[in-house]
Design a protein around this ligand. Structure first.
Ligand code: NAD
Length: 476
């Protein structure tokens, strides 16, 4: 397993010589010691990424060949899927079948943007007068991709694949909890044939390596996914160099069950919406809004199902609830659970657990009788904790759904198609799922309204974030 910094197609120790521990949250074992980048490493890497961006090797490469490098990387990742998925589970604590889904989507994302590389075009413009005017789309330059620990490699591909397709060069800073699959990806990018400096990986601290990337005048764009708090800091730090910034931030997404829904699938959807990925999902349906006439029935069945989600070894194929990512995260989630116990009615879970005497596990937890103003309703918990609220009519349901600073996603469960589409239009969120939840595809843009950020990952929209538009006028 590679544990050094990946700079200019070369494995290097950190300038300081420092390393940090990566811990398996299910066993509390140190599984790797990874080189820790600081400001000096960032300087050196930006020089390499800039030199590559300006080099003939990169500038003169045909767009189609650039796309082929991405599809080659997709093939190599697909070949190594079982190993990379296992590594993701070891560093993150998520169950293995979820890691396999993550890595499969990473493969799909690489292929999807490999296909886009030679389809990025400008327009001819119908201007007044004897002129021919057109636009060129040009790569923005050196991109810093800063990603969180919940979908470590998957979210990284959402950023570096479109950036490279657009013709940018990339410096990826993984979260310090989960740098290993990003380093595995670096091996693959080297083998796929990317020229030195096109793709670099700098594991390190957020306030050191991350902040240095954001402030660096040689970095043209930051594509950030993480908490709203750090997202604001990234905006502030990027302002000095007028950095282009895309922010994918936190959420507190409403999952709305109407009385006329297919309740069996709605309840299953509510469960997956919050407990998939141990609730460490930005779009988690962490506020379940249920129409009052079916609320008790929904809560009873959901509590039943939640109690069966026994925490277990994430590598065991029968486990449905893995370990939360770290002791720190476990403590944060438990403090929210304590606050919930004071404010609402606990109907399932509510405790920390160990598996074989170790690990940072939390039971699938459900609170009934939750209301706006409670911490478990207003704040992002980022753990397996669901708050159930009730409403009487559609208008009240919509108002409750929008009563949040966030706007990342929402779910709607109803058999009434007019109601479904009307509610979908009324909800201020970047993604709305109707009679399903947590669906993602490289072709479907993903991102937030309000404090959930701006700009989009995935889809064609994501490419816009890595491109400048140049308008050219020709007198005829
Ligand atoms: P975080 O904000 O603590 O860290 C995210 C990344 O930013 C990490 O790589 C971290 O090292 C780095 N960082 C920290 N301080 C920095 C600084 N001052 N300058 C630059 N970089 C810095 O988030 P996290 O705890 O890793 O992840 C959880 C959060 O991510 C949740 O809020 C979740 O909702 C959000 N998230 C959002 C999406 C989305 O698409 N909207 C997806 C996944 C996670």
């Amino acid at each position: 397993m590679k544990t050094d910094l990946f700079i200019n197609n070369d494995w290097r120790s950190a300038a300081s010589g420092d390393r940090f521990d990566v811990v398996n949250p299910a066993t509390e074992e140190v599984i790797a010691q990874v080189a820790k980048a600081n400001e000096d490493d960032v300087d050196m890497t930006v020089d390499s990424a800039r030199a590559c961006f300006e080099s003939d090797a990169w500038q003169q490469m045909n767009a189609r060949d650039r796309g082929r490098l991405l599809t080659k990387a997709a093939d190599l990742l697909a070949e190594r899927l079982p190993d990379v998925a296992k590594l993701e589970t070891l560093e993150n604590g998520k169950v293995l079948f979820e890691s396999k889904i993550d890595i499969s989507m990473s493969v799909e994302t690489l292929r999807y943007y490999g296909g886009w590389a030679d389809k990025i075009t400008g327009e001819t413009l119908p201007v007044n007068g004897p002129f021919f005017a057109y636009t060129l789309r040009e790569p923005v330059g050196v991109v810093g991709a800063i990603v969180p620990w919940n979908f470590p490699l998957n979210i990284a591909t959402w950023k570096f694949a479109p950036a490279l397709a657009a013709g940018c060069t990339v410096i990826l800073k993984p979260a310090s909890e989960t740098p290993l699959t990003a380093l595995a990806m670096a091996e693959i990018m080297l083998e796929a044939g990317f020229p030195p400096g096109a793709f670099n990986v700098l594991p390190g601290g957020g306030s050191t390596a991350g902040a240095a990337l954001v402030k660096h005048p040689g970095v043209d764009k930051i594509s950030f996914t993480g908490s709203t708090e750090i997202g604001k800091q990234v905006m502030r730090d990027g302002a000095e160099t007028v950095k282009r910034v895309t922010l994918e931030l936190g959420g507190k997404s409403p999952n709305i069950i109407f009385a006329d829904a297919d309740l069996k699938s709605a309840i299953r959807g509510a469960q997956n919406g919050i407990f998939y990925g141990k609730g460490e999902v930005c779009a988690a349906g962490s506020r379940l809004l249920v129409q009052r006439s079916v609320k008790d029935q929904v809560v009873e069945q959901l509590a039943e199902r939640s109690k069966k989600l026994e925490p277990g070894d994430p590598l065991d194929k029968n486990t449905r609830m893995g370990a939360v990512v770290s002791k720190k995260q476990q403590e944060t989630v438990l403090s929210y659970i304590e606050s919930g116990k004071r404010e609402a009615t606990l109907v399932a879970g509510g405790s920390a657990r160990e598996v074989n005497g170790k690990g940072y596990f939390i039971e699938a937890t459900v609170f009934d009788d939750a209301k706006p103003g409670m911490k478990i309703v207003d704040e992002e918990i980022f753990g397996p904790v669901l708050a159930v609220l009730s409403f009487d009519d559609v208008e009240e349901g919509i108002a409750l759904a929008n009563e949040t600073i966030f706007g990342l996603a929402a779910g709607i469960w109803t058999k009434d198609i007019q109601k479904a589409h009307r509610v979908a239009r009324s909800i201020k969120a970047g993604t709305v799922w109707i009679n399903t939840y947590n669906m993602y595809d490289p072709a479907a843009p993903f991102g937030g309204y309000k404090a959930s950020g701006y700009g989009r990952d995935l889809g064609r929209e994501s490419l816009d974030g890595f491109l400048e538009t140049k308008t050219v006028w020709v007198a005829l």
